[in-house]
Write a protein that binds this ligand. Structure first.
Ligand code: MN
Length: 143
């Protein structure tokens, strides 16, 4: 199993390749706000563990294993954003909150959250009920 830090890298690399067709060390460093030398080090580690193939002057490609986990990590991130959005978390908090929790849930919990998100999507009136409760608790705090 990849560590939380490895997961962040695989996720970013997957997103970059999906978006641009390639993932450069400099782009990964920028997206993760880390030094390029840290990226090189991690990329070598991910290579040695079979998630990607890295050649210094030719860039990097994800292996089948890297692509499979990358896809799941991106799904997990998006699902958690959906969840926070449904429960009414403010837009400006969502990305940072997801980055903070995504590595600490089991895949079992992720699958159950998937069910919950599906439930709310199929029953939008329940989201409205939830908004009502949210409004009440905000009023209690304000009063
Ligand atoms: Mn993420």
């Amino acid at each position: 199993m990849p560590t939380p830090s490895m997961e962040d890298y695989i996720e970013q690399i997957y997103l970059l390749i999906e978006d641009k067709g390639y993932a450069r060390v400099s782009d990964i460093a920028e997206n993760l706000t880390v030094h390029p030398s840290s990226v090189t080090k991690m990329v070598q580690k991910l290579d040695s563990e079979g998630y990607l193939v890295y050649e210094k002057y030719r860039g990097l490609i994800l292996t089948a294993k890297g692509k499979k986990i990358g896809k799941r990590l991106v799904y997990r991130h998006e699902l958690l954003e959906q969840l926070l959005n449904i429960i009414g978390v403010k837009e400006e908090n969502i990305y940072r909150d997801v980055e903070g929790i995504e590595h600490h849930l089991s895949w079992d919990a992720i699958d159950r959250i998937g069910d919950l998100v599906q439930y709310f999507e199929e029953n939008p009136e329940r989201v409205e009920t939830l908004r009502g409760i949210q409004k009440q608790s905000e009023e209690e705090i304000d009063s």
